[in-house]
Ligand binder design. Structure first.
Ligand code: IVH
Length: 717
């Protein structure tokens, strides 16, 4: 069975199509960056509309599709993974928002330098700006401070008369998020300064490498997507609504900027080096790996001295920040487009090393996708030892022409995800072997198939142990069963102790104690965790089923819908199961009543819940095993907009709208898109191709609109 999920998973646990990743990888970096920004902005806007205003502007399918494209871009271009990317928000509970904090002074960003020459060009600009002679002439009045660039999350800490009163993230530089409660749990954020000063201290929250490794190991156990690097992990930990979660993680800070309220008083720091010393004296943690009094050649020597040594530090640094030391010179140089002219961030180049592809092994994922993974001679790169790297799919293997036995260039671009860059063809001996997808699944032996025009190969056997194992791992993870990791799960499956999902809840302490390396104590703990998971929100139970095409958004919608359809009370889950089967078998189009569900997702739901489908008996089994669903509170109807309280059914082709767009428009106007026509329907929007729904509307005397009438209705006329 698989040890590591080779498939790329979006944070909702669903896989991202390898062809999307290949497509993203084929883009030019600029184009990838542009698309990333565009998608991220669109998703952010949709999230806000959905969770804050409860008016979806993207359908579930559209949201999912954009999200997967975003993950694909970030997989191909790890440098695009920033802490504020929507993909890194998994830790925050759905709908959580923090209060906004307006920064007293904007939090600036830095321009970058990638080479010694770019550092020298920075020095030349500084000299010109200050009216100093050009290099190589000496400029005795100009000195730089070099600091390590901490790869964390920028924060601003507000102190009033020596007391910590508010802490915020950088946000867009002008407005950040209020994370005071979370910052208070961090030991290196002093609650009280050594003197009653009023000031803003800025710096970086970071997660030490060891803590990052611990959290990712825990996430892997739970089947959750891994954090790409300590920065994202740190950001995810800080942006938790529940400060207890932040407290449970070992975060730390380095402070590097001091903005005192009375910066003009006699004796106040007049330079960055003095400010750093004062920060330290006030009780902040200031990174000791810094140097002042440098000219640009001294700065270059400083970067050189940390190039390799940085990997031995207990935290991540991705470069060196160079600052003009004297504040009066900083002021004269000023700021251009949000970046100071007096500072620059030198970025270390991604470390590339040589390794050998010892084998290429196909891994089977939850949906059956076979992903080729390179098994490498263990090689140290950017501070960790790499023995595996995903090659994504067969087309990628061919495009890069990577063969078994090849010497290859390996790099860790996004710090964590290792990448095989290219083969070193000069080193070929002729003994290298081209790799091919196996014809049979390496786990169950059933045929491997590739759909017409698709990139992925997959094992089509739904009973394949690799697929089942990952499906059940997804179930345990989504149901939030603490401690039910791969080590336990694989034994439970192999020994036949879990044959259906409900079997998890039928395990006794004695059953668990019989597992390898399971003492009474740990068996009791796991048993208790399983009992705790008996009662879960309905949406969570649905999401845990791993229905294809059904992510969290659809699961939430389905939960609302089911709760409204099936009367609460004794034996609810079993009754809901019967209802789902009946709808799936008899009126599957009703699934399109769910917000954002179109024909594709509706068909997936019907296929899964319907007679003979993979979901047949699953909910009944869970109910029988004592699982109970917490039902969502009915949603308040939208009370504003031209269609407030109205149900609108769209049928046929509506000029200018896709089905999803038409439904989104109805919702945006405060109405409810309906799937089937009944007496409760207020309007039917019909276009070419409309059939039985139109006939039904005519029969019931419901108002029928064409595309123009629909537009007028949306505008409230
Ligand atoms: S100074 C105007 N110093 O890097 C000065 N920034 O790429 C602004 N960073 O937004 C920042 N270590 O989050 C400074 N020693 C350091 C830093 C540092 C990390 C971050 C900071 C900034 C980003 C710019």
């Amino acid at each position: 069975m698989n040890e590591g999920a080779a498939e790329v998973l979006a944070p909702d646990g669903l896989p991202v199509a390898p062809e999307l990743i290949a497509e993203a990888a084929a883009l030019a970096e600029e184009e990838a960056t542009r698309r990333h920004a565009e998608l991220a902005a669109e998703i952010e806007a949709a999230n806000r509309a959905y969770y804050e205003a409860d008016v979806p502007i993207l359908t579930d399918a559209e949201w999912d599709q954009r999200f997967r494209r975003l993950v694909a871009l970030e997989t191909a271009w790890p440098a695009l993974i920033t802490p504020d990317s929507p993909t890194q928000r998994v830790g925050t509970k759905l709908g959580d928002t923090f209060d906004e904090v307006r920064h007293r002074r904007p939090m600036l960003s830095l321009s970058n330098a990638f080479s010694d020459d770019e550092l020298r060009a920075f020095d030349a600009r500084v000299r010109r700006g200050l009216g100093l002679p050009a290099a190589p002439e000496a400029a005795p009045n100009l000195a730089y401070v070099a600091e390590l660039k901490i790869d964390g999350l920028a924060i601003s800490l507000r102190y009033e008369r020596g007391r910590f009163v508010q802490g915020a993230t950088r946000g867009d530089g002008t407005t950040g998020e209020d994370v005071t409660a979370n910052l208070r749990t961090i030991r290196s954020v002093p609650a009280k300064l050594t003197e009653p000063a009023s000031l803003d201290a800025r710096g970086e929250v970071y997660m030490p490498k060891t803590e990052f490794a611990r959290i990712n190991a825990e996430r892997e156990e739970k089947g959750l997507p891994l954090y790409a690097n300590p920065r994202n992990s740190g950001a995810g930990s800080l942006r938790q609504k529940d400060a207890a979660v932040t407290a449970a993680r070992q975060l730390a800070t380095w402070s590097y900027q001091l903005l005192e309220d009375d910066a003009d008083r006699p004796g106040a720091p007049r330079s960055q080096s003095q400010a750093l010393a004062r920060l330290e004296a006030l009780g902040f943690t200031v990174n000791p790996n810094r140097e002042s009094g440098l000219d640009i050649e001294g700065v270059i020597a400083f970067t050189e001295s940390w190039r390799d040594k940085r990997h031995d530090l207990p935290y991540e640094t991705d470069g060196v920040v160079v600052k003009v030391d004297a504040f009066d010179q900083q002021e004269r140089l000023g700021i251009v487009s949000r970046a100071p002219r007096w500072a620059i961030a030198y970025k270390f180049p991604p470390e590339q090393v040589e390794s050998v592809v010892e084998d290429i092994v196909p891994y089977v994922g939850r949906t059956g996708t076979l992903t080729p993974v390179a098994h490498l001679t263990p090689t140290k790169v950017a501070g960790s030892t790499i023995a595996r790297a995903t090659l994504h799919n067969l087309d990628e293997v061919r495009r890069k022409d990577i063969r078994i036995g090849d010497h290859v260039i390996l790099q860790k671009a996004g710090d964590v995800i290792p990448e095989v860059v290219r083969p070193i063809t000069e080193k070929r001996t002729g003994k290298e072997r081209e790799w091919d997808m196996p014809a049979a699944c390496p786990v169950c032996g059933q045929p491997v198939v590739r759909d017409e025009g698709a990139v992925r190969h997959y094992c089509a056997n739904p009973a394949c142990p690799a697929r089942v194992g990952q499906e059940y791992g997804h179930f345990a993870g989504a149901m939030d069963i603490d401690g039910l990791g791969w080590a336990v799960l694989s034994q439970l499956l192999e020994r036949g102790m879990v044959k259906r999902r409900g079997d998890f809840f039928r395990l006794s302490v004695e059953d668990l104690e019989s597992l390898d390396r399971y003492a009474r104590r740990s068996a009791e703990n796991l048993h208790a965790a399983i009992q705790k998971a008996r009662k879960r929100e309905l949406a969570r139970i649905i999401a845990a089923l791993g229905i294809p095409q059904v992510g969290w958004t659809t699961a939430i919608e389905l939960a609302y819908w089911l709760a409204a359809e099936v009367p609460a009370g004794e034996g609810w889950l079993a009754r809901a199961a019967t209802h789902l089967r009946t709808v799936a078998a008899e009126t599957p189009e009703r699934f399109q009543d769910l917000a954002g569900v179109g024909p594709t997702v509706s068909a997936a739901l019907a296929a899964w819940f319907g007679p003979g489908g993979p979901g047949e008996g699953v909910l009944e089994d869970l109910a029988e095993a004592g699982v109970e669903a917490e039902l969502p509170e009915p949603r308040a109807e939208a009370s504003t907009g031209p269609l407030a309280g109205k149900t609108v059914v769209v049928t046929g082709t509506i000029e200018g709208f896709s089905r999803e767009e038409a439904e989104a428009a109805v919702r945006a106007a405060g109405g409810k898109p309906g799937g089937s026509v009944s007496k409760k329907t207020d309007y039917v929007v019909a276009g070419p191709g409309a059939g039985s729904k139109l006939a039904k509307a005519e029969e019931l005397g419901i108002e029928i609109l064409d595309a123009d009438g629909f537009r007028a209705l949306l505008q409230g006329s």
